[in-house]
Design a protein around this ligand. Structure first.
Ligand SMILES: Cc1ncc(C[n+]2csc(CCOP(=O)(O)OP(=O)(O)O)c2C)c(N)n1
Ligand code: SF4
Length: 306
């Protein structure tokens, strides 16, 4: 089998506490390959606060500041400021948080750090719910999903609201670099992280991480499900550099039903519900392509301002 052209360096040891098939574990392994040892992580309350293990048996081989739920970005800003005072420039400062800690409870700190142009990389590993506390809905949970707070079933009480878009919120902040990624595309994720590390100022990457217990999916199918998310455009893969969009187009688009039906969290959906989700995904996809076309046409020299 051909080897992937990925950095050989490993900074995540075996023996972490993640579930079998955890997409968030793959994301961390790839991120630490991409960014290397000169990296400091700020991790708030989330699955990744538990996964490294109990001191002194830590599976992450770079310094980590474990911090309060709402403060990942503010903590990363503080680390960057401390490094600046000491004249240390060659360290990647990374806030690493779940979707709940990013798009709900941590969004104020994130917005502040980006508005201040702090030189940090913010990675939201998106497993689409509050998994660590037992699968509660977040604003990043997709429409149609079962969670313990959107229990669905015969009441039809599944998540009714569409997923909040972290990247679009960051683009509205005129961030120099924002992107989506997915653990099923490791080279793409590594490339985006390395690009983020080469840019000064705030950078935001939201990486889709299938979660077998939360998605009620087969741990062996984590990579397949991630691929289907991208191929069905449920999870569009794109990057935005100084306001200019670049979208990865699937060679052949798959219907969202293929993606949805591989996961127990969507199994209650009726045909008309799936049709509604397909329509929504189609509309969002068209809008994204329009944004790409318009931004490529206009290409501002530098939208970051003075
Ligand atoms: C202020 C505050 N509220 C609630 C909690 C409890 N809590 C710890 S982890 C967590 C869920 C985190 O969800 P997410 O950020 O999506 O990460 P995941 O667990 O999915 O990895 C919650 C609610 C907390 N630690 N602090
Ligand atoms: S609950 Fe989900 S995100 Fe958390 S460790 Fe398990 S698989 Fe990973």
């Amino acid at each position: 089998m051909a080897k992937l052209p990925l950095p050989a360096e490993e900074n995540l040891s075996p023996g972490h506490m993640g579930c079998p098939g955890c997409g968030a574990c793959i994301a961390m392994r790839l991120a630490l390959k991409a960014l290397g040892k000169r990296t400091i992580l700020a991790i708030p309350a989330c699955c990744w606060a538990v996964m490294p293990g109990v001191y002194p048996y830590n599976s992450i081989d770079v310094p980590v500041l474990f911090t309060a739920f709402e403060t990942a970005a503010a903590s990363a800003s503080g680390i960057r400021a401390a490094l600046d005072v000491r004249g240390i420039k060659d360290v990647n400062v990374v806030a690493w948080a779940g979707d709940g800690g990013t798009l709900d409870i941590g969004i104020q700190a994130l917005s502040g750090a980006v508005e201040r142009r702090d030189d940090i990389i913010y990675v939201c590993y998106d497993n689409e719910a509050y998994m660590n506390t037992g699968i509660q809905r977040s604003s990043s949970t997709p429409i149609g999903a079962w969670t313990t707070t959107t229990p669905g079933g015969s009441t039809g009480n599944w998540k009714r609201e569409p997923k909040k878009s972290g990247v679009e919120i960051m683009v509205a902040h005129r961030i120099p670099y924002a992107a989506t990624a997915c653990v099923s595309y490791p080279e793409d994720f590594v490339r985006k992280l390395q690009k983020a590390a080469s840019i000064r100022g705030p950078k935001y990457i939201q990486v889709l991480c299938p979660c077998p217990p939360g998605w009620k999916s087969d741990p062996e199918k984590t990579i397949t499900i991630g691929r289907l998310a991208v191929e069905s455009c449920m999870w569009p893969m794109y990057e935005v550099e100084n306001g200019v969009y670049t979208v990865r187009k699937p060679a052949k688009r798959k219907p969202v039903s293929e993606y949805l039906m591989m996961q127990g969290r969507f199994r209650h959906l009726k045909e008309e519900d799936i049709e509604m989700i397909q329509k929504l995904v189609d509309e969002e996809w068209e809008l994204l392509l329009k944004k790409e076309e318009m931004s490529q046409r206009e290409k501002p020299a530098d939208s970051r301002g003075p």
